[in-house]
Design a protein around this ligand. Structure first.
Ligand code: AMP
Ligand code: MG
Length: 532
């Protein structure tokens, strides 16, 4: 049997730091907050911390990097991934980007609390950038501290990996380290500051380039560097498109539109609400990036957002995510316009977003319902009516679709009882509601009979796209509560359960249960903010 050699230490990784080698550097090297013009990055060292401890790591990401278990359990791993020392070949830097925040152009933002360590080339020849989040200030930290607290780091670590196992394109997380230092945060910006444990997450992705990287150069009229960054991105992140040219710029933007649409279809499928879809939080690779005040739909409610910072407009609510991704692509198109100089092909690429999203959404709905194909004549109405019904009473989205899979197409008549587990408030099941649901179930059954897929086959297919286990908001909070008391066991346990989100895992069924009542209004469970 072929056994792949693993590295016993981060020091043995092969780095090829192309971003800093090929893109323009900020000539200033002091770590002072400033506007950085004519450059894509600034070199900066992570800040040393007092007493770091690795509290979790992802063995799958370690595998991706060819790191052995011993490498992940060594003190060097903790020291390097907390920012206390550099591994051989690491060259730390923070990148310069801008963005639209909640619809307004915000100017320069940049990696204010992210420090890239370099790009690893793994044994498969894949390029994987490593980035520390929360390792101290950078020139882009503006008036903030460059640090991250444990609660938000637990959330980022767990959710990145959960999303990956759900099959959603995402940045990954290698490690979660506590720093042994305290960080002061005012969680809801209401004058209640408190000291919280500090932490650092090491994120991993082919690249961390965001829409905002292109936007900032374009907004500043720095067209030479805009072209340099686009050419670099095409050569590095999109090599299959061929050498950069005017035509390739367009096929590249088309691909960004397509992959962004595919990502959002996945979000809608699993009930993920990003919470802060600002253009600086949009990956050029169509990866879910920047896990902040995200949340998971519990009761199906398109109006819901977990982010209290967005409570007024609810711009980034679940039901608005597809439109917001489109709006963000429009901002990217504006940024590319000085190079492409024609509106029409950019518009056509944006149309591709719409068609990819609509087709993807239809295929996704068909799959969630266990249909072979989406037949617009019947299934448009079938889906719309179901999504309307789901909003009539508080219905847990994940439980509902798992229960729906149990439906017997030939035997006993379908009824709300099959689905009882999915309801938060059984008293809401009025005769009117039940009649409407039963009518839908009857229609659905007839539609299934048309397909004539055997029930067990349909059930397996539905269970492969409707997760049983998602990182429910209250579960993340329970793991955080324990972690803040020094007990990190629930992080490991959740990571383990979330590795197989579609499997039954009967001994873990408690983690598939709908939100308990105590979590309904608890901070961190249903309400989060950008403070992290
Ligand atoms: P976010 O809303 O988390 O995507 O962050 C928006 C911008 O604020 C980015 O430029 C971040 O780097 C920056 N930022 C957020 N939190 C901090 C922090 N604690 N210290 C420095 N910069 C931060
Ligand atoms: Mg961000």
């Amino acid at each position: 049997m072929l056994t792949q050699t693993k590295h016993a230490s981060l020091d043995a990784l092969t780095f090829d730091n192309r971003f800093i080698r090929e893109l323009p550097a900020d000539p200033t090297v002091s770590n002072t907050r400033r506007e950085v013009l004519g450059a894509c990055y600034s070199t900066v060292m992570p800040t040393r911390v007092a007493n770091p401890k690795t509290v979790a790591y992802s063995k799958e990401v370690a595998d991706l990097l060819d790191l052995s278990t011993a490498a992940c359990e060594a003190d060097a791993f903790t020291q390097i991934l907390s920012g206390n020392r550099l591994a051989e070949g690491m060259e730390p830097y923070a990148t310069c980007y801008g963005g639209h925040q909640f619809g307004q152009w915000a100017g320069q933002l940049g990696d204010g609390r992210a420090i890239n360590l370099g790009e690893v080339i793994n044994s498969q020849g894949q390029r994987l950038a490593l980035q520390l989040k929360g390792a101290g200030p950078t020139p882009y930290s503006r008036n903030a501290d460059g640090l991250a607290v444990l609660r938000s780091s637990v959330r980022e670590f767990l959710c990145s990996e959960a999303m990956h196992h759900l099959g959603v394109p995402t940045t990954r997380a290698l490690s979660l380290t506590i720093t042994g230092e305290q960080v002061v945060r005012d969680m809801f910006y209401n004058g209640n500051s408190k000291a919280e444990p500090g932490a650092v997450v090491c994120r991993v992705a082919p690249s961390f380039t965001r829409f905002g990287h292109f936007q900032l150069l374009s907004a500043r009229g720095d067209i030479d560097n805009l072209r340099t960054l686009i050419d670099y991105t095409i050569r590095t992140d999109f090599p299959h498109l061929g050498a950069p040219s005017d035509a390739v710029y367009l096929t590249w933007f088309e691909e960004v539109c397509r992959t962004t649409a595919e990502m959002v279809v996945h979000w809608q499928r699993v009930g993920f609400v990003h919470g802060v879809m600002n253009t600086d939080n949009m990956s050029i690779l169509g990866l879910t990036i920047d896990y902040g005040p995200y949340g998971w739909l519990e009761n199906y409610d398109p109006e819901w957002t977990p982010n209290t910072t967005d409570a007024g407009e609810r711009r980034y609510r679940y039901g608005n995510q597809p439109a917001m991704a489109f709006w963000n692509l429009g901002q990217l198109a504006n940024a590319l316009y000085p190079l492409i100089k024609q509106v029409e092909p950019l518009q056509k690429a944006m149309d591709l977003y719409t068609t990819t999203f609509v087709q993807g959404w239809q295929a996704m709905m068909a799959a969630k319902l266990g249909l072979k194909h989406f037949e617009p004549e019947t299934d448009e109405a079938l889906s719309t009516e179901l999504l309307d019904i789901l909003q009539l009473v508080e219905t847990d989205m994940s439980v509902f679709f798992r229960r729906l899979a149990l439906l017997d197409t030939h035997g006993i008549p379908a009824s709300a009882t099959t689905l009882l587990d999915a309801y938060y408030v059984p008293e809401q099941l009025s005769p009117n509601y039940t009649a409407r649901l039963n009518a839908w179930l009857e229609q659905y059954k007839q539609r299934l009979q048309q397909d004539s897929t055997p029930d067990n086959v349909r059930r397996a297919a539905m269970n492969a796209v409707n997760p049983k286990y998602v990182l429910r908001n209250y579960l993340a909070q329970l793991a955080i509560d324990k972690a803040e008391q020094g007990d990190f066991s629930l992080i490991g346990e959740l990571l383990d359960v979330l590795r197989q989100p579609y499997a039954e895992q009967p001994d873990k069924a408690e983690y598939a249960e709908k939100r308990p009542d105590w979590a309904r209004q608890r901070a961190g469970c249903s309400m989060l903010s950008c403070s992290s």
